[in-house]
Design a protein around this ligand. Structure first.
Ligand code: SF4
Length: 62
């Protein structure tokens, strides 16, 4: 996504299995490679993690 990934838009590199198609590839955006998982971000369920991401997207929406 050369212009960046807008909030609320699914990354084109995210596969149907919810895995990054370019994980470990040098073309993977630096922000993705540098992001470290944290308990606050991941929660204990997928639903909690998605709520956290949705909140981040709301807060960073232009
Ligand atoms: S890690 Fe980055 S490049 Fe990979 S799917 Fe997620 S947002 Fe897209």
């Amino acid at each position: 996504m050369p212009q960046g990934k807008p909030a609320g838009v699914r990354c084109v590199q995210l596969g149907e299995d919810e895995r990054c198609r370019i994980f470990g590839h040098p073309a993977r955006p630096a922000v993705c490679a540098q992001l470290q998982p944290a308990a606050e971000m991941c929660g204990s369920t997928r639903t909690q993690a998605l709520h956290y991401l949705a909140r981040l997207e709301r807060l960073t929406r232009p």
